[in-house]
Ligand binder design. Structure first.
Ligand SMILES: Nc1ncnc2c1ncn2[C@@H]1O[C@H](COP(=O)(O)OP(=O)(O)OP(=O)(O)O)[C@@H](O)[C@H]1O
Ligand SMILES: [Mg+2]
Length: 508
């Protein structure tokens, strides 16, 4: 027992207790504060707090104080090695007042950093009697020797530090569980119903059944809004991984730095235990499938990292050089002209070939008219439920309008169109006017193309071309590659037409 209770020490201890109970997330600064207090009160010149990594049987320096503190942090110690290693493996505290003549002392570190150790005390940090770390103080001020009293105080601080680590670990575990539950709500349950009546899509689903059985990467291509994400879901749902997570990542949604840690996770500092680790989406998808949407927007540096995951199933978290292995099937999608991107050097060709082992091209809606009425009925049911409205369907004219429209925005545009029509319709059936699509509307042609006879045919055709191309460009956000694809013409031809017809991008 401590001989006399020193008021200063006691107050410091109370202060630390308050900190431990109020701060669960910034474990590093909390442990540093505990170490600082212990060092000051026991009059050490230098000190370290090490954390045990049970799996690797190693101790890592979490914080180190004193003139050489920063240099010490780069070392790791094997279990049983040196005084700290001895304390960890024996789970016992120790006073060594003649370090130089003690066999347990690890001379390597002292010599390498040029800081001789003369006296030391060290105590284990215990959670449920297990040693999870070690605090050690080096060289008592003024050449004095460490006392039994110092050691007993150090043990109290070590236990406080252990408590702080335990709290932080609980906190982190609970947070991870919370993230997983949120993810399940957002993505796990969020599978869509795939509607189709078209033989082309039935054929694609047949291919999906075949590829689902393999673990190969699949690159899903097609214009915006054709349903690429739904086909990715089908590959997962029809595979042996279907009970495991399906994790979606939109590569265009985050800046490069955040995307890297979102995908691969990160580790802060040298501290490799769970406390400061964050799992990435690849780890979250372990055993299941990851869907990398908008893969064409993946920055080059991450393309290199992804290539390695595909080839070796391994990666390193940000800030760590420890290799993580995962079992994840990779699906990717893009509406960009990825071959053109490869040519321009914006996409690694080796990654493209790796992903493109099984390319799956989803045709635009205008090439599968059989799907239009099936999808329109499905979206109408959904919209009626959302709008709490009861309608009997589409008028014949409305259905004709739907079938004759070219749907540059594909299924997404159809879905929006029906949702809007459901809200604005006043009768029992959705009418053509409710769709707000301009095809087949006579007055529209009259105004815009001079169908009253005021233009000659060539001028009228050019007016139509200019109008139609402008609309397709708008739908593609003025991306000429995308628009050319929708129009089924060469990009160079489109850019010539834009000049000839004097089409102007209002944003420029
Ligand atoms: N066959 C289908 N059955 C039912 N809904 C569909 C179908 N195809 C697409 N959809 C719906 O259309 C919308 C667009 O689909 P999705 O997001 O998969 O498109 P995308 O090809 O990924 O487009 P983008 O390239 O713009 O990301 C979604 O709301 C989706 O639910
Ligand atoms: Mg998409």
């Amino acid at each position: 027992m401590l001989s006399v209770i020193d008021a200063k020490k006691f107050n410091t201890l109370i202060g630390i207790n308050i900190l431990i109970n109020s701060n669960y997330s910034d474990i590093h600064s909390l442990l540093t504060q505990i170490l600082e207090s212990a060092t000051r009160l026991c009059e050490g010149e230098a000190s370290s707090l090490l954390i045990v990594n049970k799996e690797e049987k190693k101790l890592y320096f979490e914080t180190a104080l004193g003139v050489k503190g920063a240099e010490v942090k780069k070392f790791t110690i094997n279990m049983g090695e040196g005084i700290a290693g001895w304390v960890a493996s024996h789970n016992t505290s120790i006073i060594v007042n003649d370090v130089k003549n003690d066999d347990r002392h690890l001379k390597g570190i002292s010599t390498e950093i040029g800081y001789p150790s003369n006296t030391m005390i060290a105590a284990p940090m215990r959670v449920k009697d297990q040693c999870i770390g070690v605090i050690e103080l080096i060289n008592k001020h003024g050449g004095k020797l460490f006392t039994q009293d110092d050691l007993e105080w150090l043990e109290i601080f070590a236990n406080q530090a252990a408590l702080a680590v335990q709290n932080a670990r609980y906190f982190e575990r609970v947070q991870a569980e919370l993230e997983l539950l949120q993810d399940q709500i957002h993505s796990g349950q969020g599978y869509h119903t795939l509607i189709t009546k078209s033989p082309v899509i039935e054929e694609k689903l047949g291919i999906i059944d075949q590829v689902a059985g393999t673990d190969s990467s699949v690159l899903i291509l097609g214009e915006s809004g054709v349903g690429k994400e739904l086909f990715a879901e089908q590959i997962h749902l029809r595979s042996r991984r279907n009970k495991k997570p399906f994790v979606r990542v939109n590569c265009a949604a985050l800046p490069e730095g955040l995307l890297e840690s979102e995908l691969f996770g990160h580790v802060k500092g040298a501290f490799t235990d769970a406390i400061q680790n964050r799992k990435g989406r690849f780890e979250a998808a372990n055993g299941g499938t990851i869907f990398l949407d908008e893969i064409g927007d993946l920055p080059l540096q991450l393309q290199t990292k992804l290539l390695r995951v595909i080839q070796e199933k391994t990666f390193e978290k940000v800030g760590s050089d420890k290799t993580v292995t995962v079992d994840v099937r990779i699906l990717a999608a893009t509406n960009r002209d990825i071959e053109a991107l490869v040519e321009k050097g914006g996409f690694r060709s080796d990654l493209y070939y790796r992903l493109n082992v099984l390319p799956l091209y989803i045709p635009p809606l205008r090439q599968r008219p059989e799907d239009i009425s099936a999808l329109a009925d499905f979206f109408l049911q959904k919209s009626m439920r959302a709008a709490k409205k009861q309608l009997s369907g589409f008028s014949d004219k409305a259905m004709e309008t739907l079938l004759s429209y070219s749907w540059p925005g594909n299924v997404r545009e159809l879905e929006n169109c029906i949702e809007r029509a459901c809200i604005i319709s006043k009768g029992e059936y959705i009418q053509s006017e409710d769709l707000l699509l301009k095809t087949g509307d006579a007055s529209y042609y009259e105004e815009d193309y001079g169908a009253d006879g005021s233009r000659n045919l060539k001028n009228a055709i050019n007016a139509f071309k200019a109008h139609y191309i402008t609309r397709v460009l708008e739908k593609n956000n003025w991306n000429q590659t995308g628009a050319a694809k929708s129009l089924d013409i060469q990009r160079t031809y489109l850019s010539r037409l834009i000049k000839e017809l004097n089409i102007l991008n209002p944003k420029e």
